[in-house]
Design a protein around this ligand. Structure first.
Ligand code: FEO
Length: 616
């Protein structure tokens, strides 16, 4: 039975998934499966972008036939000739005799090499910049040689601003019912697979990927449709930012990847001790046994991290087999710009270290640490200092060095809580939706974390209903409050609980962003919609890390700051009754009668803690 997905009014995904494939291209394990994407554009002329692998031929034909509903297929655009995308060309040529194949000259040669079909009379050859009008849509063909084969081209639909990107922006993993990257927690569940796909499939061709990125930078792109993995329609900048780093061979993280090959555990022991030393210095490490972890995972990690340590026993007077394969793989994938440390082991003639270095010297801009550690059979006590020296040398080249020593931690008596009030904050209405329920609360902790992609963090008190709604739905809006915001707005959103009030009932003019969540239209100068990618638990509060998916400004009025609120919005406290003993909440004015104020007291109105109370 057909199983297709609508992308837009005119565009349908007619691809299919394969979860039985053991090794993609015969070399890359795909434990989460893989999707073969094909897209059908139905305009006055009907166009199919690429076909699929022979393993999913049947499902693809069912999808295509159903989507066409008896209409003829006018064009097949062949963007990439690797057989996982071209296996059904001959079948389509036979089924749709009036179909024209749109491809470049190189592609035509490849079609003839792979398949025995006579298509010369029904081919439209295109080159860089050529266009095809299908009615409402204008398709522009952009050559992308070596991303990943020489014939590759991508297609830009300038009508809907969609880039059909061939292998670029692809990802391992079956689609599991979703089609769009924003339907899943891509950063958590798929970014590793996107990196593994990129680095292993097109990692060698960084220059060519950069050229394609340069061409794409001149286009307005609202959607990316790759040949494998999810379609991008939101937060496209997040995957673009990764591609910029990967194509330039720049690391994503300043941290150390340790890959080791060990026969009897002694080389592994040296690697473990080094990793432990690095952790003691506050440096993140990841470790791989190259005889166990597939090389494609280690290649991806080598692209991710800035510092690489290779530890290998000597075997047949050379590098251990699995390590030798890994090093060759890294060299052929063009790894560059890394700092490298090497550990070698050998019971009578250690050679692996020098050989690893000689191989990696072929790569551009590699910095080798001088302190190569040679183990003779097993690590001895006197070598612990040598390992510490290697750790020091690595640490010296990592810019962020934390000292986790307990003795260096500030003691509570050294912390003056009022210092925190000197930090400048804004004020915001955080809104969320859970089912039919709208709710919101006041927060002062919205911070932009990164620019590419744009990520923000918010800290939210767990006692609030909005906290639970954001945690459940993973979506929220932030309305940035202006200096015109009245105290009543703060009372409405800050001093009541959404559990027994409808905080939006007064806000008739509220509108909703594309995530369906309300935002304020008055006393607000900007609105940000975000999708939560990570939740950090900090006792009384959760910190939500989120990708910005929509953001727009409403006015040029100045934003309200926390200080402005205290100085100009919040009513001044009335003189305390004579001899009255107690504490007043500086946030909402609630008065706690009595002495002393319990240190764990939470304001029943605005949920702020004892630190926000002052003596009457
Ligand atoms: Fe799935 Fe280079 O192709």
């Amino acid at each position: 039975m057909y199983n297709m997905k609508k992308i837009t009014q005119n565009l349908t995904w007619v691809g299919a998934n394969d979860r039985r494939l053991a090794m993609f291209e015969g070399v890359y394990s795909v434990p989460k499966g893989v999707s073969y994407n094909s897209y059908l554009l139905q305009d006055e002329k009907i166009v199919l972008f690429d076909t699929v692998d022979k393993a999913v031929h049947h499902r693809f034909i069912e999808n295509l036939t159903h989507a066409l509903d008896g209409k003829p297929l006018d064009y097949l655009v062949v963007q990439h000739m690797e057989p996982d995308h071209s296996a059904v060309i001959s079948d389509l040529a036979a089924r749709y005799p009036s179909m024209t194949i749109v491809c470049n000259a190189k592609t035509l040669a490849f079609i003839k090499q792979f398949y025995d079909i006579d298509i010369d009379a029904r081919v439209k050859i295109v080159a860089e910049g050529d266009t095809l009008n299908t009615g409402k849509h204008n398709l522009h063909f952009v050559m992308a040689p070596m991303v990943h084969w020489p014939e590759v081209m991508v297609t830009y639909d300038s009508t809907d601003k969609i880039l059909f990107s061939a292998d670029a922006f692809g990802c391992f993993g079956a689609l599991n019912g979703a089609l769009f990257a924003d339907e899943v927690d891509f950063a958590r569940d798929y970014m590793d697979e996107a990196r593994r796909y990129y680095t292993n499939i097109v990692g060698k061709y960084g220059k060519q990927v950069e050229m394609l990125l340069n061409k794409a930078s001149g286009l307005e792109i609202k959607m990316i449709c790759p040949l494998h993995g999810f379609v991008w329609r939101n937060n496209i900048s997040s995957i673009l930012a990764k591609y910029v780093l990967w194509s330039r061979y720049e690391p994503e993280e300043k941290a150390v990847m340790i890959a080791y090959a060990s026969v009897y555990g002694n080389t592994e022991n040296a690697a473990e001790i080094l990793s432990s030393n690095l952790r003691d210095r506050g440096i993140k490490t990841v470790m791989f046994d190259v005889s166990v972890t597939p090389a494609s995972d280690i290649v991806a990690a080598a692209f991710r991290y800035s510092h690489l340590v290779f530890a290998s026993t000597t075997y047949n007077a050379g590098i251990f087999i699995t390590m030798e394969a890994l090093i060759n793989d890294l060299v052929s994938h063009n790894i560059q710009n890394r700092t490298v440390a090497i550990i070698e082991n050998g019971s009578w003639a250690a050679t692996s270290g020098g050989l690893i270095r000689a191989q990696l010297t072929k790569c551009k801009n590699m910095t080798f640490l001088d302190n190569m550690l040679t183990v003779t059979s097993s690590v001895k006590a006197h070598q612990l200092a040598e390992i510490a020296t290697v750790a020091d040398a690595l640490a010296a080249t990592l810019p962020v060095k934390r000292n986790n020593s307990l003795s260096d931690l500030a003691k509570p008596k050294d912390i003056d809580p009022s210092t925190m009030f000197k930090i400048s904050y804004g004020l915001f209405v955080l809104s969320a939706k859970d089912g039919e329920k709208d709710n919101g609360c006041i927060i002062n902790t919205v911070t932009q974390i990164t620019d590419h992609p744009i990520k923000i963090s918010i800290a939210v008190n767990k006692a609030t209903l909005t906290h639970d709604m954001v945690a459940n739905s993973k979506e929220f809006n932030v309305s940035v409050l202006t200096e015109s915001a009245p105290f009543s707005l703060f009372q409405n959103f800050g001093f009541h609980s959404g559990r027994d009030t409808d905080k939006f009932v007064e806000y008739d003019e509220n509108r909703r962003t594309s995530n369906g969540i309300c935002y304020l239209t008055e006393n607000t100068n900007a609105v940000i919609s975000a999708h939560v990618t990570n939740i950090l638990d900090y006792g009384t509060h959760s910190v939500f890390i989120a990708d910005v998916i929509q953001a727009f400004t409403l006015s040029s009025e100045p934003s309200a700051t926390y200080q402005y609120y205290f100085d100009n919005i919040k009513p001044k406290p009335q003189p305390a009754e004579e001899n009255k003993v107690g504490y007043i909440c500086k946030i909402c004015g609630y008065v706690y009668g009595g002495e002393p104020l319990p240190s764990d007291f939470i304001c029943p109105i605005c949920k702020h803690g004892a630190v926000d109370f002052e003596k009457l």
